[in-house]
Design a protein around this ligand. Structure first.
Ligand code: SF4
Length: 452
């Protein structure tokens, strides 16, 4: 890893006294707001500058002690915590915390918690065995036609639930050009690779020239058809989506962005603007939420999140079961919770709002989709299905038709389990549903109209 290139970053100059006065009357800049207390002289120009945000990220024990109001006797334990799992919070992401709510979902994702040390005894360092599937340092080849290139281990904000927490011990840094060339060499020599997923860390905080070069080299490989970037920048540092960055990314289309909004509170005007810039440049965005205890493991929260994502034209793609990583167990929910959430959304909101719930299988088994049970039984002739309302439906498979007798070659009476459940009808219908109430009302109205 090379030293963090962000240190080269330029910041806007210190404001003159008159600029300091030119602050908006937005609540963020009110005198009693935490942002105003921590960075009293910040101007709007600085606030909207990603380099200012990065260089003012909170990372130290002192900063943490101030945020959590720690007592002197607590400091050594928190020092051990951040020595084990470092932290960094951008002022922007910090500004989303509701400090009056100890259960705030933003706070839980970014502030170090002593439970991370308690839960060191549970889980694995690398449960997905990414290191076992590495063909070059940082290059994971697991699925037949795609590879994952972990190009940096630097992030603007360190999510407490991160699957790659193990790499935080290595210090912040980006892979050297030599290491990136080793990745390219493997990809060039492996003709079945058609898609490269560039991830980290967060590739969108690495040096832009290096990123541009790497994406360009990948595009020059004839069998690489599609690039994908995994980033949380639109969520935790949306001001990073500058025109310059969008211009670089747009050069390398077809390029997709996968991001990770986990809670509706993260969908701010700034985040929306960042996504909009990418979308207008022809870069589609998909969302991969992680199911997190106390953050988004509630039906109304997940539905609200997915509907808001659809409104900003970000496709809810995956809902991940939180991986069994050391120091993360307190975020994990039962697998049934994810299935229940999908069950409660399917049919009640549009399919574009519904992510696929997946478990990333330990041992490098890859993503396994889990669904509520809609297929109740099956024979060669037909299947018995359940819909979201609880309606049970007999659905025929295509079969030969006896045209002379003008009916299916196999008599429905000869059929097995489905016929026994349904009888000769097509379905068992729970008539108390709103849909059936509407049907009944419509029939009544038509009758009344007919009588009139
Ligand atoms: S942005 Fe991604 S890689 Fe970085 S800490 Fe969060 S989950 Fe981990």
């Amino acid at each position: 890893m090379e030293s963090d290139i962000l240190k080269e970053a330029e910041e806007p100059p210190e404001p003159s006294p008159s600029e300091k006065l030119a602050l908006p009357s937005d609540s963020l800049f009110k005198e009693d707001h935490i942002i105003r207390k921590l960075w009293p002289g910040v101007t709007l120009e600085q606030w909207n500058n990603w380099r200012w945000q990065m260089s003012h990220s909170l990372k130290s024990l002192d900063a943490l002690a101030g945020l959590l109001n720690l007592k002197p006797y607590q400091l050594s334990k928190y020092q051990r915590l951040i020595d084990t799992y470092r932290f960094a919070i951008t002022p922007y992401y910090l500004s989303l915390i509701d400090w009056f709510n100890p259960e705030d979902p933003i706070r839980k994702q970014c502030l170090p918690d002593l439970k991370e040390l308690d839960y060191l005894v549970v889980g694995d360092r690398d449960p997905l065995e990414e290191e076992e599937d590495m063909q070059a340092p940082g290059l994971v080849h697991r699925y037949p036609d795609r590879v994952l290139a972990v190009v940096t281990n630097t992030c603007s904000m360190y999510c407490r639930h991160c699957t790659r927490k193990r790499s935080w011990h290595e210090g912040e840094g980006t892979r050297s050009k030599m290491e990136l060339m080793k990745m390219l060499e493997y990809i060039r020599g492996t003709a079945e690779i058609r898609e490269v997923i560039i991830s980290g860390g967060d590739p969108l905080v690495m040096n832009i020239e290096l990123l541009d070069w790497f994406l360009g080299e990948l595009q020059r490989i004839s069998h690489v058809e599609v690039l994908r970037i995994g980033t949380r920048v639109p969520v935790v540092l949306p001001m990073r989506i500058t025109d310059e960055l969008v211009g670089v990314l747009a050069k390398h289309r077809p390029l997709w962005i996968n991001t990770q909004f986990n809670h509706p509170h993260e969908i701010t005007p700034e985040a929306q603007e960042a996504c909009d810039k990418l979308l207008r440049a022809g870069i589609p965005i998909s969302n991969q939420s992680v199911l997190l205890r106390g953050v988004n493991d509630a039906l109304d929260v997940m539905k609200d999140l997915c509907q808001k994502l659809q409104r900003i034209m970000v496709r809810p793609y995956y809902l991940y079961q939180c991986d069994p990583v050391k120091g993360v167990e307190h975020f994990r929910t039962s697998v049934w919770k994810g299935i229940e959430i999908i069950e409660t959304m399917r049919g009640y909101t549009g399919g574009l709002c519904i992510p696929t719930f997946v478990v990333d299988a330990p041992g490098g088994g890859g993503k396994i989709p889990l669904q509520p049970f809609y297929l109740l039984s099956a024979t060669d002739k037909d299947v018995l299905l359940r819909n979201y309302e609880g309606m049970i439906i007999k659905y025929y498979n295509p079969q030969e038709v006896d045209f002379a007798k003008n009916r299916r070659a196999v008599d429905a009476k000869q059929e097995g389990g489905t016929a026994q459940v349904i009888g000769s009808g097509k379905a068992l219908v729970p008539e108390a549903t709103p849909r059936y109430k509407r049907r009944r009302q419509k029939k009544t109205l038509l009758r009344l109209d007919g009588n009139a």
